[in-house]
Design a protein around this ligand. Sequence first.
Ligand code: ADP
Ligand code: MG
Length: 273
Amino acid sequence: MTQAILEVNNLARSFGAFQVLQDVQFQVDKGDIVGLLGPNGSGKSTLLNIISGFIAPDRGTVLLDGKCISSMPTFRIVKEGLARTFQLPVMPQKMSVLEVAMAADTSMHGVMSTLVRGASIRKAERDTRERAMHLLDELLLTRVSHLPASAISGGQKKLLGIVCALMARPRLLMLDEPTAGVHPNLRQDIVRALHRLNEQGMTLVIVEHDMHFIREACNRCIVLDQGHIVASCKPLELTSNERVVQAYLGTGGASASANANANANANAETVTP
Ligand code: ADP
Ligand code: MG
């Protein structure tokens, strides 16, 4: 029997009078690759921000391996085994790609590692460098590892964001639109890299619009529309699911607003097979 690694219960969040998430409830089983879909503005990034501790929910709980993490700060959630990447990664100006990857190793942080540079610290630094170089290689960034992280392309910054998240050795990795802005030739490599991570035991939650990517990468999908979960199904069932089609095409029900129609126009191309 599979076991839930992530449980989200009755999550709600508003910004001012705008209810962004309402009664959001789902679970992710260990070993799953779950696609999180929904039109622009449906609340996907807000959901990731809450799960990863960047913002607090108004209501509801998040459990990682049965342990409540919803009131923990982000750095503790990362240490508990949950890491995430960002939709629009921002990189520091004066660090190289390799340095940024090394700085993401949470086990290296602390006053002692700064003050005491003994043999064990130097060995830990060597290990961190080796692991960072290995992950940069896996995500096809070896060629640019010496460049300033702020100077690489938007797609490469996405890949570096994945490397940084992996440096924390997460059991659950959540990715916010990992292929948006990435050259099409690289997408297949990203799918392969994510499958390799999954084969090594990592559970993945991926926010993504690209249906081809979803079909190739994911074994289950959750669809958000205007802050509500409207579907939980297999990728191949998406296009025959009425609630999903309504969410993207903005016809009927809660999706009939002008806003939803604008979202549908922006997304229809990516969700229609
Ligand atoms: P998605 O990732 O699905 O495109 P988001 O979670 O980014 O959607 O945003 C959902 C809605 O919440 C959008 O209408 C957005 O403008 C709004 N929103 C997100 N973050 C904030 C914030 N910090 N303050 C006010 N509104 C926000
Ligand atoms: Mg988003």
